[in-house]
Write a protein that binds this ligand. Sequence first.
Ligand code: FAD
Length: 457
Amino acid sequence: MKDNLLSSKRPPIYKDVVIIGNGPSGLAMSYLLSGHVPVYNGNSHPDPILDTLLRSNLRPGLPVTQADLLTLAQCLEGRNGATPVGLLVDAMVRPGTDAGLTAAPLLTWNTTRPSLSHVVIGRDRPGGTWQKIDGKTLTLSSSSWMELPGLPFHKSDAGRLADVTEDGVRVTASTVGDYYSEYVQKMGLLRYQKRGIVTGVSEHDDSDEDNDRKVHWVVEGHDHRGRKFVYHSKYIVLACGTNDSPNRLGIPGEDLDWVKHNTRDLDAYLKSLRSTVEDGPVLIVGSGLSSCDGVMTAQCHGASVLHLYRGHGGLAKWLPLTSYPEYHKVHTLMTGKATDRNYAGSSDLRLVGIDSNSKTAILEDGKGGQHCQRVTAVAILVGASADLSFLPRWDLGFDGGPANSKSNPLDVNLSTYELNRLPNAYAIGPLAGDTFVRHVLGGVIAASSHILETPTT
Ligand SMILES: Cc1cc2nc3c(=O)[nH]c(=O)nc-3n(C[C@H](O)[C@H](O)[C@H](O)COP(=O)(O)OP(=O)(O)OC[C@H]3O[C@@H](n4cnc5c(N)ncnc54)[C@H](O)[C@@H]3O)c2cc1C
């Protein structure tokens, strides 16, 4: 308590940039702000149209930001789940990767710039979501698509331990988490890291007394020991991802301790059960990949599964299932193409309540009839959203409403990634519309370049 009182009287610390979130996006941002410059090296791109465009707009040896990246990106085919600049930079870093080519990158990293003062605040070890996903889960992406600038995955200790090849392989979430922790160490970024939670961000219009620099933001929070911190900054960068608030059904009993909202907690709960005698199946609710992870987690513990989903076509739409045998297997169970005596699925039943006294799930069929089902545990795996409750405004989504990664990402300027409705605030990664790690670098380069081009006083 004494410690808390003392620390709350500490003067605010000034940083030019406060980055909220220490996942891949926040770490890449820190790498750029610490003085690394992405330079076009003049290597050829296998796509002749893009190659010509790059050659006529960029000069080898100069930063890639010498050209308007958004205009250059117009020649690329749009794709759901990525911003145009995210796609362009990915195409320069991994030329032809989707066609199975391994051509040399068109970007090289120079360290010719002094570092800009910044802090990266994150609630867990560096790696963001990758420290939270059940460690056994395999990535959808190849390891080389998960890497950040300056440290090839196959050359990292984490990669070597997991026998990662230069071409890339699928790796476990725990290997990815280890890679990001190692990244911070090896790239000299540890000194910018702060473990803690940002609880409030407010707009400000003043100068910092000691530094005579503009202060647009006051960022408050507490570290993992509960000690309060306050930063004054000119810019904030939202790199908080979109996985902090699991979506909920809003049904009675959803807060019970044997009702879980992510596979990691489900795994821990099933591990903690002493008795091998089940009360009933593990009930999994959801139609996406996370619900399949939930099915596999329950199966790993030898439990039988009752899986409720809304249609099963979605899975095949998202993934070429033949390349992902574990998801393919669950999909065949969902479609009835395969059977397993420990798996039952239904697209007709809905979970409408959970009775705490008898460990019973209340299910409703399509005709409104109710059924009781004894269960061992319930896992509601129906996606997640960002938690941006610390921001001064909520109406920052593209459609004017609350932000949501899939249908309503934050409304950012696609050249600079600055929020259109909150000047001096930037968003990168899934919050800005770049769902996968391979695409976050475009936003990071664009936002850092916009920040660095603006004088700090
Ligand atoms: C199950 C699953 C599988 C996935 N598989 C893949 C894959 O195979 N390939 C791929 O490319 N992508 C995959 N993704 C998506 C991937 O996780 C994201 O693209 C990536 O992690 C985004 O990085 P980020 O840094 O923007 O956010 P995150 O990794 O989400 O990190 C943000 C961090 O900020 C923290 N944070 C949020 N608010 C605050 C606050 N107020 N104070 C302090 N810290 C805060 C969060 O807790 C989190 O730790 C997967 C996602 C999930 C959930």
